[in-house]
Design a protein around this ligand. Sequence first.
Ligand code: UTP
Length: 293
Amino acid sequence: MIKPIRKAIFPVGGQGTRFLPATKAVPKELLPVVDRPLLQYAVDEAVAAGIEQMIFVTARGKASLEEYFDVAAELTASLKAKGKTAELAVLAETQLAPGRIAYVRQQEPAGLGHAVWCARLITGDEPFAVLLPDELLWSPEAPCLKTMVETYARLGGNVIAVLEIPAEQTHGFGIIDPGTVDGLVTEVVGLVEKPKQGTAPSRLAAIGRYILQPEVMTILAEGTRGAGNEIQLTDAMAQLIGVQPFHALTYTGRRFDCGDKAGHITANIALALERDDVGPAVRAFLAGIGTGD
Ligand code: UTP
């Protein structure tokens, strides 16, 4: 029987050093893309995929994440008194029902695999999703995790999202060794984290969305260190290959690496251009750059 995916882990314990000094006081995950925090896009994607419970793996200095997902009673009362219905609607639309969010702390930044393992007692014996909020996967018509859940419902096992990237960038990603291909679904016969230049088995890179079976937690519990002396999720996943079904689904929407400054700025511009309120002003500014005005 294929168990449904009801829970999603959001590792948000990273220090976000690439965004200092901003991230000294504001978690990277709360930096806005237009007017929504980065993390909200990942939560929206999880909700669209039918996820019931969001598990945030946080760390010291990330308390404002909990504030963000709380009911802001005073703010709501003040907006109501002023008749600000549009603003109230925005708050209501992003509010999750009580009990849908759980928080666990990652007590040391020991890597992505370690962050995922910190959630093991909440996921228990169920398969679960992992979403890295840094990766803004913008595909409102076919949200990435939703398409992965559909693939999982057909094939079971483990499903990860991949994107074909230029060969010169493979050393920065987890790369799959591909088996048989069926449309957008590729069988995974091997996985390697950050392969040395020229050694990557393909150009298909993992882009921060995973559906995993609970057995990966047992492997992570061994605490084996990999690249960067961190406990790597990729290394633990690699041990499931050949033991359980393992497939990669090629993502066809737009991706912005918002863990990186240029990617974050690009995401702001791209999403602003799609908006009726700010789009025209941003478009006019960009056109001005083009003509040297
Ligand atoms: P990054 O490699 O981007 O690290 O983590 P970072 O600390 O967030 O950012 P920089 O490089 O210092 O600017 C990738 C993802 O893994 C999570 C991060 O929160 C991010 O979602 N992560 C990483 C953890 O939750 N814990 C860790 O120990 C490491």
